[in-house]
Design a binder for this molecule. Sequence first.
Ligand SMILES: Cc1ncc(COP(=O)(O)O)c(C=O)c1O
Length: 375
Amino acid sequence: MSAALPEVDPAILATLHSPSLLVFADRVRINIDRMIATAGSVQRLRPHCKTHKMAEVVRLLLEKGILKHKAATIAEVEMLADVGVLDVVLAYNPVGPNIGRVVALVQKFPTLRLAVTTDHAVPLRQLSEACASAGVKVGVMLDLDVGQHRTGVDPASELAVGIYQLIHELPGIFPAGFHVYDGHQHQESLAERTSAVMEVWPFVLQLKRAVEAKGMQVPELLCGGSPTFPIYAAIDEASIALSPGTSVFHDSGYGDHFPDLDFVPAAVVVTRVVSRPTPNRVTLDLGNKSVAADPPKGQRVFFPALPDAVQVIHNEEHLVLETPDADRFAPGDVLLGIPTHICPTSALHHEVAVIADDKLVAPWQVTARNRRLTI
Ligand SMILES: Cc1ncc(COP(=O)(O)O)c(C=O)c1O
């Protein structure tokens, strides 16, 4: 990844704890502006807060006029509602005690328009019963499996029509549209990614037409993540909403893999050299408890100042690099790294340091890294 990082005042760097996460607020604003430009309007965006889980980032999005938001956990919905968001899709199928927690959410935030996703009649009926007996209404989106095979129903199946019909018929819930997430579309070439999306898209539209022909409403088609939302943005269909998550911070995984994405890294890990165990090794305090370990070992962070370093050991609190440039480093030296996968990385930190207009400002809390806030 070639993206250069902003110069950070050495006096600021000297005060930052390590390991920690540092956010460049000006860059977050740049990324939000680029998301809006790509989407074509703020109304078309429903960004996913799982990437940052921070109320302060939600405030920046609200300041830009982005009023619709997406979440993956009940804690994320609560964080969004606490900040004043009134329209949230919890893109997760509630089951078990989470059904009661969904009801508790709308009871705690009566002005919140909340929708959840579903792909199965059993938890859908349970949700309907719980909402109806509590006297509340929750929107439900039909979760479509457009190829990832993680959740959802085949848009070409009779089951899809059947479950959407059930959403219309059952009490306590109302139809909120289709959820069209496609995290498997990872083609590096934009042209290939676009054709892959366009191969499945007609099935989504046919389903929409089929249920509309039966008199049902499909108010929203909630589509894509960072790699595909520019593709859906180009489709002329009024009900499309776009749900990029990573774009707000960007990371080196997406930067390397999707050269067409026009975002800048806005969150970096701060780490220090703690040891120089051999002539060619530099050991950092950046273990897998500070930077996400879901990318393969050796590829979990990129250091612009040491682009060719090989990551040879990654333990809970240590990252060992091998580099012919090791001589340049001594214990105490600071390095900034761009995480390969920012979303689980931010969830490893309870607060982040923030630089705005070249100054260190108050830290932001990663509120929704907790699984439960109050509900
Ligand atoms: C359901 C859903 N929507 C949207 C997103 C955002 O995708 P991205 O992080 O690629 O922007 C994700 C990411 O995991 C997701 O799972």
